[in-house]
Design a protein around this ligand. Structure first.
Ligand SMILES: Nc1ncnc2c1ncn2[C@@H]1O[C@H](COP(=O)(O)OP(=O)(O)OP(=O)(O)O)[C@@H](O)[C@H]1O
Length: 427
């Protein structure tokens, strides 16, 4: 960046209307005007520089804020986990009748009724029939009152009418696309075909592979091409701290899918509820997890595989899954999502640079050769970072050097950038 130019005084160093030896300057006004013009140009250039600095700072602030939000989310998740470990699981129930200020009858979500004591720290005014409350597992005393609009379903599920991801947005994975089309798209689009041939279409598909390899992306693309609703749940969020709640959520999940059919239920991190458990160190929390899994199995067994609800599970840890999940009629198609090979990486780079202003000298094939071991998500980060490098240099064209730097930064894992919507940045 150039030095800040001093504001030039109209008189400094310029001929005056009367010069030093007293001779009259023939064009005093023109000289003054020239000096003012020069000052103006210097100020405009400085103004431009400052605007550029502000823009850069805004970009950096946005990246830092996004990083901060991500840390906040992680801290919250870890705090919640810690609290879960500290406290025994609570049972959810609804107050049926109030006997006196300290005793009520509660019906738990698991079925039975209890005569419960109300903890002293609760306000008796909040204790009334119909109130949702949390009970201690052993004593069944009421330890918490839940807000009327408490709805764990809302936090655990994300529902999209029809995602806008298409097969063209996915690089490589040709075999995986084909398998998923056969086992999910075809039965949804042409159920008659299966009837005529006399075979049952698969009920559930399990995707496995390292993170960032396009599992969620492909599931969304299938929903897009079948015009199905996409219901995204994360296994770990189905595991609730209230006994019976996980199972209730699973029931509601399938209920919602039937109401919104055709629908695809995508269960990410399915290992959080579907991991096989040893007999030792079986905690109350583990019981709640297996209750949730049992409900999932019951729902899978119960629904009609010719119907228009399909279930896709995804995991990075297929090795720890309970074999019960993989029995025929449950997740009976298993699709592996490996890290992309060189050709796959080139296609992924092409997809993520589609809207970017690349110099002709940028060779995506070469970059693909240098990104061995990277997943799709990291390749996208390389493209976004290369774009950022050009912006930092106030260029609108991205060159090979921008990519080289981006590659080094992503490999060193220090970009700290938002990698979700590169399109938005370059459109
Ligand atoms: N094959 C691909 N083609 C294009 N982009 C990809 C591909 N794989 C991953 N990506 C990019 O990486 C991002 C993350 O991918 P995705 O969420 O599908 O990974 P995932 O396999 O579901 O990961 P996880 O196991 O962590 O849930 C996508 O939004 C996309 O931008």
């Amino acid at each position: 960046m150039s030095e800040t130019p001093d504001i030039i005084s109209p008189c400094a160093g310029e001929p005056n209307s009367v010069d030093t030896i007293g001779e009259k300057n023939p064009h005093p006004k023109e000289n003054e005007l020239a000096v003012l013009r020069k000052t103006n140009i210097a100020l405009e250039s400085r103004n431009f520089e400052l605007r550029e600095q502000v823009r850069q700072l805004r970009l950096q602030t946005a990246a830092a804020e996004s990083q901060r939000d991500q840390y906040k989310r992680e801290i919250k998740k870890l705090r919640d986990e810690l609290n879960d470990y500290r406290s025994p699981p609570l049972v959810l129930g609804t107050i049926e009748s109030v006997i006196d200020e300290t005793h009520v009858v509660v019906r738990s979500t698991t079925g039975p009724q209890f005569l419960s004591r109300v903890s002293e720290h609760l306000d008796p005014k909040d204790i009334m029939p119909g109130t949702l409350c949390a009970m201690h597992l052993q004593s069944f005393s009421i330890v918490d009152i839940l807000p009327p609009k408490y709805d764990s379903q809302v936090s655990a599920m994300e529902v999209m009418d029809t995602p806008d991801v298409t097969y063209d947005d996915i690089g490589g994975l040709e075999e995986q696309k084909q398998l998923l089309r056969e086992s999910v798209e075809l039965p949804l689009k042409s159920p008659r075909l299966f009837e005529t041939v006399g075979i049952a279409p698969p009920k559930g598909v399990l995707m496995f592979g390292p993170p960032g390899t396009g599992k969620t992306l492909l599931a969304k693309a299938v929903a897009h091409h079948t015009k199905a609703s996409f219901i995204h749940v994360v296994g770990s969020e189905l595991v609730q701290k209230y006994i019976g709640e996980g199972a209730r959520l699973v029931r509601e999940l399938f209920q919602m899918a039937r109401e919104r059919s055709p629908a695809i239920i995508f269960i990410d991190e399915i290992d959080a509820i579907g991991a096989a458990r040893g007999n030792d160190s079986y905690s109350p929390g583990d019981h709640e997890v297996s209750r949730t899994l049992m409900q999932l199995l019951a729902e899978l067994d119960g629904f009609d595989n010719r119907g228009d609800v399909k279930v896709i599970g995804a995991t990075n840890r297929p090795d720890i899954l309970d074999k019960a999940l993989l029995r025929p009629g449950r997740f009976d198609r298993i699709i592996e999502f490996p890290l992309p090979d060189e050709e796959g990486r080139r296609t992924i780079l092409e997809i993520h640079t589609r809207k970017m202003n690349l110099r002709k000298t940028v060779s995506l094939a070469e970059i693909a050769g240098e990104t061995e071991g990277m997943n799709g998500s990291e390749l996208m980060a390389v493209c976004v970072e290369a774009g950022m490098n050009a912006i930092r240099k106030r260029r609108t064209m991205i060159n090979s050097e921008d990519f080289a730097k981006a590659l080094a930064a992503v490999k060193a894992g220090r970009t700290g950038i938002v990698v979700q919507q590169p399109d938005a940045m370059f459109s």
